[in-house]
Write a protein that binds this ligand. Structure first.
Ligand SMILES: Cc1cc2nc3c(=O)[nH]c(=O)nc-3n(C[C@H](O)[C@H](O)[C@H](O)COP(=O)(O)OP(=O)(O)OC[C@H]3O[C@@H](n4cnc5c(N)ncnc54)[C@H](O)[C@@H]3O)c2cc1C
Length: 457
């Protein structure tokens, strides 16, 4: 509970209407897309760095837990108020402050929606590639905090690769100015890179500078069908071994590829269909056509029995909208419960990981569907179940998925972060010295542990 004095002080900092304690607000801001929820004592909507700084200084002094929040689309419970505390929603800090064609960068507030920013910079002839499938509702602040990736990461990299500068408020309210407007720098430790992926545990970002690149003039999409997931994984390896770097290389397993081809009305034999790749190319019109042709050949070499290049914008939009909504579509398979995990393995181990996922499904008799950014070794593995008897098995199934991932030199998160749900698995991945060093960094930035407590460790 916040005392009346605390409530008054917090309300004074952000102003009437931007400090909410009503039941509805507290419950709406108490959960995220992981499905987990906690207890929000209040929700604040700061609009300036100064307000964030004052909020944090007050909470630091009074020992009140603070939970930074973007759009709450995180998959691991990162924005959930685990110990009762204050949710600081950055959604009203949503201004694009600058788009500079000369410096090829943009300066934004953290609450800007990723897809909106992409659309805006495109109108300036520029390109911001990181494209989480949630781009129509997630925020740039959340993307930086989780180091979000997406389909285009295979060619263009993840959020960290575009982060040039950051204004970040520490737990005691002091403000850090990190990085800047230059594309390179060797001036001391790169704290902005440390902040990227820190999941709201080290600071709250109040202003973000992002690198932009020239907008490619042409793009093309194709998909290729295989009789097995291993076939699709081998095709991805074949593509890279030919020296090609597709703009996207997305994988769908048996269940997902059947859903997508059926709903898209593509004439693919459902019985034979065991997996599918969506491949994209961008560049100049000539290079795109050549690259798509070469990728088609690579897929055929790896056993693809059907492939199709999208012939119109409409057709490519259909393919992408089916892919982007897969997470919701698997819910239509009739299983009331779903746990979504995010794993990543070195590219060379892709055929093994897809085989092992199938083996886990068979061994436990639990439905597993996977899809994701195969081109950079990153898969989203969804465990579907009814409840009752299966409930007891789920932890074992998930443990097996992470165990097999680590055996293949993989990592327990490719892009969603650790949050609440993966803390156990982080201790499987990292040795005690590394974990201890990370904890030391957390203590340095947040000695009273008020910033997003209970996350990551
Ligand atoms: C359908 C769907 C598809 C998805 N696809 C992808 C995908 O392809 N790739 C991918 O990477 N992710 C994906 N995600 C996960 C999610 O969208 C990303 O993790 C995203 O970066 C979270 O952004 P958000 O604004 O919703 O942040 P939130 O969920 O609100 O917060 C995430 C974390 O960031 C912290 N945080 C938020 N804002 C700030 C700030 N200003 N300062 C400091 N810390 C902050 C929070 O405390 C929390 O720890 C998907 C999610 C869904 C629901």
């Amino acid at each position: 509970m916040l005392s009346r004095t605390q409530q008054k002080a917090l309300k004074r900092i952000v102003g009437e209407g931007r400090f909410l304690t009503d039941e509805a607000a507290r419950s709406v801001y108490a959960f995220d897309a992981s499905g987990l929820s906690g207890t929000a004592l209040a929700v604040c909507f700061p609009k300036t760095t100064e307000e964030i700084s004052k909020l944090l200084a007050f909470c630091h002094n009074d020992g009140i837990p603070v939970y930074p929040r973007g759009a709450g689309s995180g998959r691991t419970g990162g924005a959930v108020p685990t110990v009762p505390g204050i949710v600081v929603s950055l959604e009203r800090m949503n201004r694009v402050i600058e788009v500079s064609q000369k410096d090829m960068l943009t300066v934004v507030e953290p609450g800007v929606i990723t897809g909106d920013l992409q659309g805006l910079v495109m109108r300036h002839g520029l390109f911001y590639p990181p494209d989480p499938a949630s781009l129509s509702f997630c925020t740039i602040g959340g993307n930086v905090a989780t180091c979000a990736g997406g389909p285009k990461a295979v060619k263009y990299g993840v959020t960290r690769d575009y982060l040039l500068g950051l204004e970040a408020v520490r737990a005691d309210g002091s403000v850090l100015t990190l990085g800047g407007r230059t594309v390179k720098a060797s001036s001391g430790y790169s704290l902005k890179d440390l902040m990227c992926g820190s999941e709201g545990t080290l600071s709250i970002f109040s202003r973000i500078t992002l690198r932009l690149i020239p907008r490619p003039v042409a793009e093309g999409v194709m998909f290729a069908c295989f009789s097995s997931p291993e076939g699709a994984a081998h095709a991805a390896l074949e593509i890279f071994s030919m020296g090609l770097v597709p703009r996207t290389c997305e994988f769908m397993d048996r269940t997902c590829s059947r859903l997508v081809t059926r709903e898209g009305g593509f004439p693919v034999d459902q019985e034979t269909l065991g997996a599918m790749l969506i491949l994209e190319s961008d560049g100049s019109p000539g290079s795109v056509a050549d690259e798509l042709d070469a990728m088609k050949v690579a897929c055929q070499k790896a056993g693809s029995f059907y492939s199709k290049v999208a012939e119109s914008c409409e057709e490519s939009n259909t393919i992408w909208s089916l892919r982007r909504t897969l997470s919701q579509r698997v819910r239509q398979l009739g299983y009331p419960n779903k746990v979504s995990e995010d794993i990543v393995v070195p590219r060379g181990r892709l055929p093994e990981i897809v085989g092992r996922l199938e083996a886990i499904e068979r061994h436990f008799g639990i439905k597993i569907v996977s899809f994701g950014h195969l081109g950079d070794g990153n898969l989203h593995v969804n465990v579907l179940y009814h409840g009752d008897r299966e409930n007891e098995l789920i932890d074992e199934v998930i443990d097996s998925i992470f165990r097999e991932t680590l055996k293949l030199s993989g990592r327990v998160s490719g892009e969603h972060g650790i949050g609440l749900t993966k803390r156990k698995y982080l201790t499987w991945e990292l040795d005690v010295v590394t974990l201890g060093t990370m904890r030391g960094i957390k203590d340095l930035f947040d000695p009273k542990a008020i910033l997003n407590p209970g996350k990551v460790f």
